[in-house]
Design a protein. Structure first.
Length: 46
């Protein structure tokens, strides 16, 4: 998984607790998606 490669070192051990991480990642993706949509709307593409 590219996410694990991006977070090298001891943080890899955290990914063994997948249920918690997936929820956190989901929220992060939702935030990133929302921010990207805000950027699109600010461009006036509507």
């Amino acid at each position: 998984m590219p996410v694990i490669q991006a977070k090298r070192g001891g943080s890899k051990e955290i990914y063994q607790m997948s249920p918690f991480i997936t929820v956190a990642q989901e929220k992060l993706i939702m935030l990133q998606y929302a921010s990207s949509r805000q950027r699109e709307s600010s461009h006036g593409e509507c």
